[in-house]
Design a protein around this ligand. Structure first.
Ligand SMILES: CC(C)(COP(=O)(O)OP(=O)(O)OC[C@H]1O[C@@H](n2cnc3c(N)ncnc32)[C@H](O)[C@@H]1O)[C@@H](O)C(=O)NCCC(=O)NCCS
Ligand SMILES: Nc1ncnc2c1ncn2[C@@H]1O[C@H](COP(=O)(O)OP(=O)(O)OP(=O)(O)O)[C@@H](O)[C@H]1O
Length: 202
């Protein structure tokens, strides 16, 4: 059985990646959430746990053994070098986990992988296409203020740490406007029509 097309969905914080992925999921498409999977692996994979503690100290895990995301983000979202090192620990394990997951869905036309950071399709990864979810910055900030217990300053700091909108434009093959003016569902259905053939179209 042949492997499904691999579609990456990316976008900045609050752009609406998860909402878009939910729509693909409603169409019966399996979705791999790299952020939450990374967090699960960071909680359970002994190799990651050991390396994260070596990099960021014992406080990276609570007494109960849970990944201390508040502590880790306070360190890495203000320090590009540390974030790079943390990524270098976590990403190879997530990549392998993704490959295994895709293999479990052989025979399907396509699967979706959601991630905040994504290389260009074909560039050191096995994605066939990258879809970028876009929304104006101020709207993204308003959404996160409503969704999370983060301050506006914290959100702006995360935005600064993430790749810029211009960089994202370079990695995208398709773009979804989630600006609350363009209807979202038709855009997802249009992509579904392209991907469901299971063939690369360009
Ligand atoms: C830094 C951590 C502890 C923050 O956890 P927390 O629960 O507080 O926030 P959350 O994960 O929701 O992330 C907040 C925002 O930052 C983005 N983000 C997360 N990790 C990264 C990263 N490595 N680079 C850029 N943006 C990131 C998220 O997409 C989200 O928009 C956590 O995200 C982490 O361990 N990240 C490193 C692992 C990683 O690279 N994950 C991405 C998928 S492989
Ligand atoms: N078109 C929309 N209309 C109304 N609310 C929306 C829309 N798109 C997203 N939202 C809301 O905005 C918030 C952010 O969306 P979502 O969680 O999908 O973003 P994300 O890109 O996955 O964020 P993160 O990078 O933090 O994971 C959520 O509370 C979501 O319900």
């Amino acid at each position: 059985m042949s492997l499904p097309l691999q579609i990456g969905i990316t976008g900045g914080i609050g752009s609406g990646k998860s909402v878009v992925c939910k729509l693909f999921s409603c169409l019966g498409i399996p979705v791999y959430n790299a952020d939450s999977r990374a967090k699960w692996l960071t909680n359970h994979n002994p190799q990651i746990i050991e390396s994260v503690i070596a990099l960021l100290g014992n406080e990276s895990y609570t007494r109960e053994g849970n990944y201390n995301t508040a502590y880790v983000s306070s360190l890495v979202f203000n320090n590009e070098e540390l974030l790079k090192k943390l990524n270098a620990i976590i990403h190879p394990v997530v990549m392998q986990d993704t490959t295994d997951w895709v293999g479990n869905h052989a025979g399907l036309p396509y699967v979706v992988k959601e991630a905040a950071i994504m290389n260009k399709a074909g560039d050191r990864n096995s994605l066939d296409y990258v879809v970028v979810v876009e929304a104006p910055l101020e709207l993204r900030i308003t959404r996160i203020l409503q969704r999370d217990r983060r301050s506006e300053a914290e959100i702006r700091a995360i935005v600064k740490r993430q790749v810029s909108d211009e960089e994202r434009k370079k990695v995208g093959d398709f773009f979804i406007q989630n600006d609350e003016e363009s209807a979202l569902i038709p855009q997802v259905l249009m992509l579904h029509d392209i991907f469901k053939t299971g063939k690369r179209s360009h």
